[in-house]
Design a protein around this ligand. Sequence first.
Ligand code: SF4
Length: 222
Amino acid sequence: MTYAENLEVIGGFSNTSKIPCLSIGMPTKYCITGSRASKTPGSICEGCYGKKGNYKFPAAERAAERRHERLKHGMNGGRSRYVDAFSWLLNYELEHNTKHQDTKYFRWFDIGDIQGQDHMDIIMDIVKRTPGVKHWIPTKEVRMVMNWVLNHTVPKNAVVRISNLKIDQSMDIVRRMAKIPGLAAAGVYTETPQRYAHACSAKVCADCRICWSEKAVTYKRK
Ligand code: SF4
């Protein structure tokens, strides 16, 4: 299959200016935990950046919807085709770098989140099929992840970054949960960063790749 055909199968990648690599996002309306959390004042999801700015442009919304449609296909009988196409594209970009980005890295969910255990399995299949690429998988689906790691090991080339739900929430519990190999903790702060976490207020990642490590990170609420 050609590059364009594989891209068609997954519905394309996102275009995210902050990060140095390819990424993929899904519409925020399908976030499972995030949709519930967004109704709670003081939650990280309440002022979700995925519902504002460039993400609200019709073209961006259509693209995210298309990616979600293709994922649904992947989760309903089209799994091997979806995983093949996704892995093929990441491996192709690792070798040829047609997008002129740091293709040794990949970010999941610049917006959106994991859609269930099947989706988690699909993501990890793609991770295993792309050993030269390091994957950052940020998520609020902490219970889903903890269930998954009961029976699986996170591949060495991935970090699943489980997040607090509230702004300025202590990161002690999420850091404890993230002691499992392959997991990392995330929080959000307004004024004072949480203890023992790298504080990020960067507008662009530039040379920083901390989010692909197991170090705890807390992000400044903009
Ligand atoms: S900690 Fe580094 S890699 Fe993570 S978002 Fe901030 S600048 Fe980017």
